[in-house]
Write a protein that binds this ligand. Sequence first.
Ligand SMILES: *[C@@H]1O[C@H](CO)[C@@H](O)[C@H](O)[C@H]1NC(C)=O
Ligand SMILES: *[C@@H]1O[C@H](CO)[C@@H](O)[C@H](O)[C@H]1NC(C)=O
Ligand SMILES: *[C@@H]1O[C@H](CO)[C@@H](O)[C@H](O)[C@H]1NC(C)=O
Ligand SMILES: *[C@@H]1O[C@H](CO)[C@@H](O)[C@H](O)[C@H]1NC(C)=O
Ligand SMILES: *[C@@H]1O[C@H](CO)[C@@H](O)[C@H](O)[C@H]1NC(C)=O
Ligand SMILES: *[C@@H]1O[C@H](CO)[C@@H](O)[C@H](O)[C@H]1NC(C)=O
Length: 415
Amino acid sequence: MVLSALLLGLVTAALGTPLAKPLAKPNVQPFRIDLSAGIPHLEALVKNTNLPSTPLYPGAGIEFGIQLDFLQDLKTQWVEGYNWTEQEAELNELAQYTTTIGNQTVHFVHEISQEKDAIPLLLLHGWPGSIQEFLPIIKPLTQPWTSPSGKTVSFNVVVPSLPGFLFSSPPPQNWTDVETAQLFNTLMTDVLGYSKYALHATDWGVDIGYHLYESFNASVRAAHFVFLPFLPPSPQDIADNNITLNDIEKVTLNRTVDWLTTGQGYFQEQEFKPNDIGLALYDNPVGQLAWIGSGIQLWSDPRAGTGPSVLTHTAILTGVSLYYLTNSFQSSVWQYARNTGVFRTIYAKPPTNAPMFFSLFEYNIGFWPQEYVAKVGNLVSYKEHDFGGHFAGLDNPPALIEDLREMGEYFASNE
Ligand SMILES: *[C@@H]1O[C@H](CO)[C@@H](O)[C@H](O)[C@H]1NC(C)=O
Ligand SMILES: *[C@@H]1O[C@H](CO)[C@@H](O)[C@H](O)[C@H]1NC(C)=O
Ligand SMILES: *[C@@H]1O[C@H](CO)[C@@H](O)[C@H](O)[C@H]1NC(C)=O
Ligand SMILES: *[C@@H]1O[C@H](CO)[C@@H](O)[C@H](O)[C@H]1NC(C)=O
Ligand SMILES: *[C@@H]1O[C@H](CO)[C@@H](O)[C@H](O)[C@H]1NC(C)=O
Ligand SMILES: *[C@@H]1O[C@H](CO)[C@@H](O)[C@H](O)[C@H]1NC(C)=O
């Protein structure tokens, strides 16, 4: 009770004015990650998993899936050069909570700015992501930043774990991203008391974020995407529309073509046979590392792990450890099976006047030219970055922070 009251006080302070509507059920509990009990079993399994001593075909590149030397390096580091306690402590520097909404337990980060006009910002991750994907940007976003026009911009950052990921309970089989959007809007408005907010979304988060953008136009007052739930145009579509591409866009387009043609194996497996891969790797951390690590390597900037990217081997191991130790690999994979046909083919404007922001990261695996993005929202900014890939929060955090602050400035000037 005391802690709930404290939380309510913090929310009230952050909004600057008392909450218009008191929380009907202030059922928010503080939460800390404590998964150390699982570490001995994890380490034993990793140690006792054999990998071949040499690659079967040394010339086979990443286009054939994860490479043995990369996997072996990660496996060795997991046992010899990785300290879960330190990683867990870093994650626990984020203020975390759980709440119950309907039948779902929702785990979320809620980091509050000291500024009284801080903007509520919802960050939406995807697969194989988690709250960890936003670790480098959460605290900086709560800090005040002075815009070129002299506005002070800062955020109250909310990062929920998707249903079935980490400490958010697995949803029923018939649950889709439409329900997740509803769930997270309830979290932002009814539970946390934010009547208006901005959002940023990546990967599956963009399906949820786009449902929020189109269906909750009173509360979602700005949205920033780095990916979209629309089928990307083909090179032919782009040429037919007389859209000329710069060098950055040519790279992103090529990677998109690769992902759509030869990169959908994991997607089909997770969409149609989630129990096969989910159970095969359920108690197999090196297997999860190979399955997840392949995607991370392939979808990131080739310079990942070197500045400004903090997508290091340690970060990859922490991401996989979180899935393994929370038993959420199988339920995370089911995200695909519960949401078939996610890529819309009809580009149309949703009923909202909220501004939309888009950032392209060169090594991402989905390319939508500005002309296409503008068809599906009130696009006010289209940015391009020549560093970073699919996991921008880790692969180019300074650029993502800058782009979100630009959205913040817009929000502050218009709401
Ligand atoms: C892991 O890190 C913790 C916290 O810094 C430290 O107490 C512990 O000794 C480290 N463990 C190993 C095996 O280095
Ligand atoms: C919650 O779970 C109960 C029991 O399984 C079920 O009857 C009910 O329909 C669920 N409610 C929602 C909103 O899904
Ligand atoms: C899923 O099925 C349950 C049980 O039949 C039902 O109560 C619930 O409303 C359904 N939920 C959705 C999101 O369709
Ligand atoms: C593209 O340019 C060609 C040649 O100028 C023109 O015939 C065609 O109508 C243009 N297509 C579009 C979609 O603007
Ligand atoms: C894109 O792919 C084509 C065909 O594989 C290749 O010729 C071209 O050099 C690639 N362009 C870039 C910018 O990577
Ligand atoms: C919000 O959506 C409703 C329902 O689709 C629509 O009537 C209304 O005009 C929209 N508001 C804005 C500001 O676009």
